[in-house]
Design a protein around this ligand. Structure first.
Ligand code: GRG
Length: 294
């Protein structure tokens, strides 16, 4: 199957399975479940779940990687809902739709984000209960990644740095934790579920792929923020500048930021060679993520 066809097939598979896993909109309190569904189904690219499936397919095994892929999308979507809140990035548009607090209200958006977090861990615990060691490893990876030293810590540092000029070390800390950690976790979880899932060396190498890919992803995200429109992005464009956010573009200019994205992407491809397995789709995905327009 050619790359774009496979990407679409996997996006559709994730969307379909997600619909079954999410609590139904009719379950009380309806407003909360509607809000969770609003943000989860608003049209995200599903890159993290696809990275889980792609990493699993390097050394495929007998397990179904889709629940783990959905669990990471739950955490990612919660982080977007909370990031959009007035107390954080204050964004009205997300995934081409009104952000959760705009479609509902702030209280509902906070609680929808809150509810998506335990849902992620419930999915992991119940979907892989026949293999408790695996379930525990997946839970550990996702819990650590979404915690105070990674996702939440990166977000905290980002928000306290707003309006000032963070040094390059601080900016790298923000990007490694706010953005790259979730991409790293997606690849690690995928590999952990495959036939080489107990190979510690490969797990460490795939984390390097994820770190480089995540840093490339963030640099591309910053470039898209200045080059694309809100319509093209499905979220508020030119937001970094308006909110006083420092990026590689502010620090080093557009040309250097593009070069940085390319270098990180090349590093990811190189590290992937050492992981081995059937790397074709994941290589194409890394290249696609560098060239993405939204
Ligand atoms: C609230 C704890 C907490 C964290 C928020 C997600 C996030 C951290 C901030 C959003 C701002 C931002 C630009 C983050 C870095 C890149 C990123 C995560 C972009 C959004 O991911 P995409 O493009 O989004 O994969 P879709 O909607 O396609 O899933």
């Amino acid at each position: 199957m050619i790359f774009l066809e496979k990407l679409k097939t996997w996006q559709e598979l994730i969307n379909k399975r997600l619909d079954h896993i999410l609590p139904a909109a009719q379950i009380r309190p309806e407003q909360l479940h509607l809000a969770m569904r609003h943000s989860m189904n608003a049209g995200g690219k599903r890159l993290r779940p696809i990275l889980v499936l792609a990493a699993h397919d390097l050394f495929p095994g007998e397990l179904d990687p889709v629940p783990a892929a959905i669990a990471i999308e739950c955490i990612h979507t919660y982080s977007l809902i909370h990031d959009d809140l007035p107390a954080m990035d204050d964004s009205d548009l997300r995934r081409g739709q009104p952000s959760c607090h705009k479609a509902f209200d702030e209280v509902t958006a906070i609680l929808a984000g809150d509810a998506l977090q335990p849902l992620a861990f419930e999915i992991l615990a119940s979907s892989y209960s026949e293999n408790p060691e695996l379930a525990l490893d997946l839970i550990k990876i996702l819990a650590r990644t979404s915690g105070s030293e990674k996702l939440v810590g990166g977000q905290m540092q980002d928000l306290i740095s707003e309006g000032s000029t963070p040094d390059e070390k601080t900016l790298s800390f923000i990007h490694a934790n706010k953005t790259a950690a979730m991409i790293e976790a997606s690849l690690q979880m995928g590999l952990r579920m495959g036939s080489e899932g107990m190979n510690l060396e490969k797990l460490s190498l795939i984390a390097q792929v994820g770190n480089s890919l995540g840093l490339a992803f963030q640099a591309v995200d910053d470039l898209l923020d200045v080059t694309q429109t809100s319509e093209q992005l499905g979220k508020d464009a030119h937001h970094d500048n308006e909110s006083g956010k420092v990026t590689w573009i502010t620090l080093r200019g557009e040309k250097q930021a593009r070069r940085l994205a390319e270098n990180h992407s090349d590093n990811a491809l190189q590290a992937l060679v050492s992981v081995g397995g059937d790397t074709k789709f994941l290589c194409e995905l890394i290249e696609y993520m560098l060239k993405r327009k939204s």
